[in-house]
Design a protein around this ligand. Structure first.
Ligand SMILES: Nc1ncnc2c1ncn2[C@@H]1O[C@H](COP(=O)(O)OP(=O)(O)OP(=O)(O)O)[C@@H](O)[C@H]1O
Ligand SMILES: [Mg+2]
Length: 396
């Protein structure tokens, strides 16, 4: 199983490596082509996975390569297409030196850590009553009154469940319930080939968190898609074992010498079965973030249609009934699509240029059409797997 975009990322890295190699040899024409390929691949990655937190770095990379292409083209413009001399101080030609291409990205792992508190509250998360309570017990209460927990409290909390049901959202909401730091990173960034050794990134993450705790505000480390820390397809032999071992070591540190620290590790995954026993042991709380039931789906439709104009044919109860198997994220998308449908009609009619024009109200027929065209993302058999895993390993 691969992380999204991983193959493409690998390709971009290969292009960039080759570009830099040719560049250092003074083969400008060749390196320009590879830089261009690297830039294109990076931009494609950003476009395909717009939510990827590594994108900021991809942009910087792409920009740096583009600058380099321009610089190299300038030299070639002056001196023609021949190769320049090579030298340890970078390519130069006819006495004019070009500064060597410097790789700057390795140091920027810390920059990828998101420390801003996300703008989501517990009330925004629909349903999931048990999961919310469980998180309050594990994090919010000990935060507020550590004196009431003489036996300590769990340090590792795992959120698991099918895609689009609110794991990431819930983690963000917890951060807002407490007056502490929220250090969020996704495992794919930790593992990114662009950011140096993954196990060092794990160590950096925890040491950064420990420094923050001294503030002395509490800290939550949130690792999204944590299963990819353990992904078994890593090419470098032993690579995944080192990352995993570093992670386990850091977790253990929280139980012994970090005991007095208010530091928590919250992790999320939609593939809990990829996590092994040693890993799970460090997460005393394992909370199932389950698909919405009828009631929750009704609330979701209420929430996401609230800013929209509906006509009287729209029956929220019925929408909830016909969307069994649709995740909260699907439901949000359905509502978004319904609005897009009427807005498109307005644009296509040519009336949108009038600033006073409004789209028509959304009807039940619009919703039904959209729902029919869209398959539910929660397949019953898959959901059963989560339930089974929950009954074997869940711990709230
Ligand atoms: N319980 C919920 N209440 C309200 N909105 C939700 C809920 N769950 C998901 N959503 C909507 O769907 C979006 C995606 O949800 P989220 O990213 O939290 O899912 P996830 O469980 O982390 O999925 P994945 O496993 O794919 O990472 C949210 O940003 C939100 O708009
Ligand atoms: Mg998520």
């Amino acid at each position: 199983m691969r992380n999204p975009g991983e193959e493409l990322e690998e390709t971009a890295a290969t292009y960039a490596r080759e570009a830099i190699r040719l560049d250092s040899q003074g083969n400008f024409a060749g390196s320009i082509i590879y830089y261009q390929n690297a830039v294109e691949t990076l931009l494609k990655l950003i476009k395909l996975y717009p939510e990827n937190p590594v994108n900021r770095m991809y942009y910087e990379k792409a920009r740096a390569y583009q600058e380099r292409i321009k610089a190299l083209q300038r030299i070639r413009g002056v001196y023609g297409d021949e190769k320049g001399d090579s030298g340890s101080d970078g390519p130069h030609k006819g006495g004019i030196k070009v500064a060597p291409m410097v790789e700057t990205v390795k140091a920027s792992f810390e920059e990828l850590l998101v420390t801003d508190r996300p703008n989501v509250n517990m009330e925004d998360v629909v349903g999931l009553k048990n999961a919310k309570l469980s998180l309050r017990q594990a994090i919010v209460y000990p935060f507020q009154r550590p004196d009431l927990f003489p036996l300590g409290w769990p340090r590792g909390i795992l959120l698991f469940g099918p895609p689009g049901c609110g794991k990431t959202m819930l983690a963000a909401a917890v951060a807002n319930e407490i007056d502490g730091y929220f250090l969020s990173v996704d495992a794919a960034s930790i593992m990114s080939k662009w950011l140096g050794d993954a196990e060092k990134n794990v160590a950096r993450l925890f040491s950064y968190a420990r420094k923050l705790v001294e503030d002395p505000k509490p800290v939550i480390i949130f690792i999204d898609e944590v299963d990819s820390l353990l992904s078994l397809h890593r090419q470098e032999i032993g690579g995944e074992a080192r990352v995993r071992n570093q992670f386990l070591k850091e977790m253990d540190g929280l139980f012994d010498k970090g005991r007095s620290l208010q530091l928590y590790v919250l992790a999320a995954t939609n593939k809990p079965w990829l996590l092994d026993d040693a890993f799970l042991r460090r997460f005393q709380k394992r909370v199932y973030v389950q698909p919405s039931d009828l009631r929750a789906r009704r609330k979701l439709f209420e929430k996401y249609t609230e800013p929209l104009v509906l006509d009287s044919s729209v029956k929220i109860d019925e929408l909830a009934k016909i969307t069994d198997g649709y995740s909260p994220s699907d439901i949000r998308d359905i509502c978004q699509d319904a609005q897009l449908k009427v807005v498109t009609e307005l644009f296509e009619s040519g009336k949108a240029s009038d600033p006073g024009s409004r789209p028509r109200a959304i009807s039940m027929g619009d919703f039904k059409e959209i729902i029919k065209q869209r398959r539910p993302s929660l397949v019953a058999e898959r959901v059963k797997l989560y339930e089974k895993w929950n009954s074997n390993y869940g711990a709230i």
